[in-house]
Design a protein around this ligand. Structure first.
Ligand SMILES: Cc1ncc(COP(=O)(O)O)c(C=O)c1O
Length: 384
């Protein structure tokens, strides 16, 4: 099988798997318990929190474990709006992940005014629009670091500069950037930042929210005293251990991995552009997470390509995993100005750590043939 859908999820790192198996065998204690078997687990959780904090330039007490990247996004947004009842405005972008967009829709139903900042043809937000949208009633701005469908990287430092001048807090969803490009909370200067384990070769169902010291935020989940009373519920200790090891491996491999992935993605990009007529890369050519390649294949339905590739055991996506199987055109592709029929012809390839040159060669052998055959039987006119 050739897996080129690493933005949807990644395979578990063997080191993380080993660490988790060992932990499961040796530790069942509750980290809140005061006797030794509880204490031992608490110590492991604390060490893991330190590893994750260090990886993003934070301190340990600024990291709260969550049940997913989605929960981290919900926590950041709803938690800050809850903390500022006198402010009832929220700003985000048109191309956020559903974890943010649907939270915004929920807030709208509760009477919050939400402004969705538009993007240009490359998927980059309009900073002027953003600046004009801020009012004294704005509680929070949430702009994603890198987009999951097209990979475009947003100018977060500029967003923060604009927000700071007007005293507004900034959250960024770094679920698709962490592990792929530099993510440093000090450099980005954000107040809140979300990450998720299963996008970086860790287990699913565990994420984290960075909350800069002193940030005014309310919990999303109430109950026990866990996570410094910011996220109640007995910790997902096995998930935390796996997440921590995945981050440790990530840091150890460093730029070596990044270069390899970028090289493979570039080979795939060049190969597609050279062998398949009329394809076009969606998003930004340069300012992009390079392992993400969103291509449209005019004249075809993406689903037909996806299914043909699947018969060759090649896994790709038609967009984000969350939109898969729905009839709707991707709102991200609509926001960058693609016509519905072009958006519907889009395939996302996302390259990861375990891909090889052979994977890319096989795709470049199969894909042009598949596209050619499908175009021959397709009724759509690619010159339209
Ligand atoms: C940009 C972005 N944000 C948030 C999420 C949600 O993360 P999780 O799957 O951990 O809930 C995803 C997952 O696809 C994502 O790509």
């Amino acid at each position: 099988m050739i897996y080129l859908d690493n933005n949807a999820t990644t395979p578990l790192d063997p080191g993380a798997q080993e660490k988790m198996s060992h932990f499961l065998r040796e530790h069942f204690g509750n980290p809140s318990s005061l006797y030794p078997i509880g204490r031992a687990v608490k110590e492991i959780v604390t060490e893991t929190r330190e590893v994750i904090a260090k990886a993003i330039g934070a301190t340990r007490t600024e990291i709260i474990f969550t049940g997913s990247g989605t929960e981290a996004d919900n926590f950041a947004i709803r938690g800050v709006l809850d903390a500022f009842p006198e402010k009832d405005e929220f700003i985000t972008s048109e191309i956020e992940h559903p974890a943010v967009i649907e939270t915004a829709r929920y807030l709208e139903k509760k009477g919050i005014k939400v402004t969705y900042v538009p993007v240009d043809q490359y998927g980059t937000i309009d900073l002027g629009f953003l600046s004009n949208a801020i009012t004294p009633k704005t509680a929070l701005i949430s702009i994603m670091h890198a987009n999951n469908e097209i990979g475009t990287i947003q100018p977060i430092e500029s967003v923060v500069k604009i927000a700071r001048e007007k005293g507004v807090l900034v959250h960024t969803d770094a679920v698709q950037s962490f592990g792929k490009i530099d993510v440093d909370v000090k450099k980005l200067d954000v107040n809140l930042l979300s990450i998720s384990s299963h996008k970086i070769y860790g287990p699913k169902g565990i994420g984290a929210l960075y909350i800069r010291k002193g940030t005014n935020i309310k919990p999303l989940i109430y109950g026990g005293h866990q996570e410094r009373e910011m996220r109640a519920g007995t910790e997902n200790t096995i998930g935390i251990v796996g997440f921590g090891e995945a981050v440790r491996v990530l840091m150890e491999r460093g730029s070596k991995d990044k270069k390899r992935i970028e090289k493979l993605a570039e080979q795939l990009k060049k190969g597609i552009e050279e062998t398949i007529p009329k394809v076009k890369l969606n998003g930004h050519d340069k300012n992009r997470v390079k392992g993400t390649l969103s291509f449209c294949f005019p004249g075809l339905e993406a689903e037909a390509i996806l299914l043909a590739l699947a018969t060759k055991e090649i896994c790709v996506s038609t967009g984000s995993a969350c939109a898969e199987g729905t009839e709707d055109v991707s709102y991200v592709l609509s926001a960058i100005g693609l016509k519905p029929e072009i958006a519907r012809s889009t395939i996302r390839f996302s390259v990861g750590r375990f891909n090889t040159e052979e994977d890319i060669q096989i795709v470049l052998k199969e894909l042009p043939e598949i596209v050619k055959n499908l175009r021959e039987i397709s009724a759509l006119d690619i010159d339209e």
